[in-house]
Design a protein around this ligand. Sequence first.
Ligand code: XIL
Length: 889
Amino acid sequence: MNLRALLNLSILALGCLAPLAAGGSQEPSAQAAAAPAADKPVYAQDFEGDLGGWTGRSSAETLSLKGLPAHGGAQALTVSRRTATWNGPMRDMTNVFKNGRTYRIQFWARFDDGPENMSLNVSFQKAVDGQGDVYETIGSDMMIRGEWIKVDIEYTVPKDKAVTARKLYFETPWKPNESLKHTDLVTFAIDDLTITRIADAAPMKVRKDIPAFSTLFPAGMKIGTAIVSDHMNPENIHHDLLRHFNTLVYGNEMKQDAIQPKEGAFVFGKADALVKYAQATGVKLRGHTLVWHQQYPSWLFKDPEDGTKMASKDLLLKRLETHIKTLVGRYKGQFDSWDVVNEAIAEDGTLRDSPYLKIVGSDEYIEKAFRWAHEADPAAKLVLNDYNTEYGGAKQDGFYKEVKSLLDRGVPVTAVGFQTHIAINRPQVNDIRDAIRKFAALGLEVQITELDVSIYGDYSENKKKITRDILMDQAARYSALFKMFREEYEAGRLSTVLIWGMSDDETWLDNHPKTGRTDYPLLFGKDLQPKPAYWTVVDPAKLPVFVQKTDALRAESAPAPDADVWNTVSPKAIADRKGVSHGWFKVLWTPEGLHLLARVLDKTVDPSDALTLYLDPKNAKTPALPADALKVVLGRDRALDSDADGYRLAATVPFPTPAKTMMSVGFDATVTDGSTVSAWNDWSLTQAASAENYGTLALKPMPPVAQVRKGTPKVDGTVDPLWAEVPALPLTVETQGNADEGSTVKLLWDEGHLYALFEIKDKVLNDKAASAWEQDTVEAFLDQNNAKTKVYEADDGQYRVSFRNAPTFNGGQTEGFASASRVFAGGYRVEMALPLYAVTGAPDLLVGFDAQVNNADASASRAGIRNWVDSSNNGYRDTSAWGVLRLVP
Ligand code: XIL
């Protein structure tokens, strides 16, 4: 059947519906009117006159106003003849940006010749007292060849008086001159640049009409937060947030420097106030922290006679004894738990090389600290607290070893604390669950002591604007975490979940670990209002629509309904809010349009039965409908075929202008079954009036698809005859550095497992590095529902095995996993059985997959990475660029 014939009269230009929407309450002007103070434009340049003070950063590049075609008007700022990645246009902006203020920087960028995509960085060159020029990248975006793309960056200028001048510039990602390719130095253009100072937010007020967060959990479960003493003052704007928590800790005010700033001169006022508050309200208390290598008074490690010398071991231990016994003794019976020793383990799992260890020489200081605390309050739970221990790896191993050794010596450690300062995408919830179980099995109480969920994936990520999407991703994470915490509490393995702060305006993660960056890791916002992270636990019906982000894969040409290419695409479910399925669709794209194949589940024939498709071609996501929006209605009468359960449809939704790889479009699909309507994305069913709640489809190339045959090999390190006929997938994608050539992976499947056989060429084997990924290891990445998501879901996992058969995990499920290895001259072999726990292996099932080899060199650092498909080196947190396996009989 000709798809174009199906593409029919029922395509409506949805833009014509826009006037309908204009009467709605979501109008942008209405929102602007509600804003307390206006944003203020502070700089604008359309390059229609002269260069306006913009110059090249070096003497090499040329700036002109008549290079690439303009975005608006007749001119744009073009930079050409670049000879290094850092070459680009720059202008002094010292008078534009003020310390402590937040700005929005918006402009258009374009390049016309070179690769398909190119990143553009926006950076500051700052003159800093005593340091000279300091460079700071404040944002970046992906340019698409031949398109103007809009870049939109929010940036808060840190309050740093040492910065005396600030120049803004544009560059492409840094590469050393030795490895420069011609295509790294594209000619690019900037146009219509505006900088706006964002107005201060409205005065903040806490809502009292919503459920207290802790009441959503079983009565005995401690759900707490970190506070400052002033929160207990009823006049404090945060005071009314306290009602959400049944357990409190001071974030700073009981640390060593706060309690004993001068030797012997204890300052108890604030701790007393906390105890009094707890007595009055019945909240439980944690004490933080008795021994730490930060926020200690300056005298602690010094020799009293000679301040340039370290204190003796005896003196330091005496000082700790006095500190601990005085503090814990004073509040005997008042604190449920004490963080006795904080952060004593280093990243590599050894004891942290702190002044305590330097002076005492062993973990004797830890042992004694626990014994003294126990003497002072035998009923208090005594905690060894640390971070990055809530997931597997060298640090957790070291932490475990230390805890076990203390227990073996009879030291009264009664609990472990996982700080759990985690990121929006890592570590995986399954890993945290495993950590809780592992330590609970030692007979210890497990506490989550400092939970927060940063919106940033790592330390180096640039400041980003908070969006609904990020808030919803964060909510999904909080939801999964608290579901798991509740289960572990009910199983008796976890007692406490304490969040490190109440509202985002006070998080310690603003400007930390990166200055200029703002974070939003908590349950309440910078405006003190409950965030999706709160609602997802308290009342999911109050959540806004979640925008699903997934990929549409490229087809060579418009596919017929029976084309085999449909078998390489996973279906997307159309379900109602209760999760009942009303069908699915598969989507492919060509420059001309989106191609769909859909199955509708609908047993009763009604005249209104239809599948309706909505397209927002520029992914504008505007509250009103953009003028170029399209709607396609496909009635049951257009079915390709039908049966008792429903019918199938095929359609093409045309793009108004030809689409390119990496572009994103807004899309939704609804099923009308008599009088009920269900949707792929917008369950609030506002599709016809607003594009805001459409899902997002990124237009991606078709990834490699490998067929995998059925078979159950023995996982024992020898090559089962079953493998003989299996084609080897090459590990040749050069993700990083060097590796011996010729490594491969073979795959088989059965109902419960995917089996991988890695044959690795490697002359120098080394597993001395602390991190497993820097040892000679292989990795399998598995996305069981092939959803190609930007963050790991519960079905996604990374399984790593060293040449010595030491496994490490990130996400996934360890139950059902098995591995074996063998070392040969010139290389090694690893076999893995990866559990299929979210799906059952069956012919035609599609799973997302990648394979990786990490090559360690003789010096125990990672010399190279090779993959089957994904060269982003991001596969540990993002499944979207992996290949696809199609299971065949
Ligand atoms: C942080 C506080 O929240 C900040 O206000 C302070 O500036 C630095 O310390 N691990 C810990 C906490 O054990 O004590 C730290 O608290 C966060 C990391």
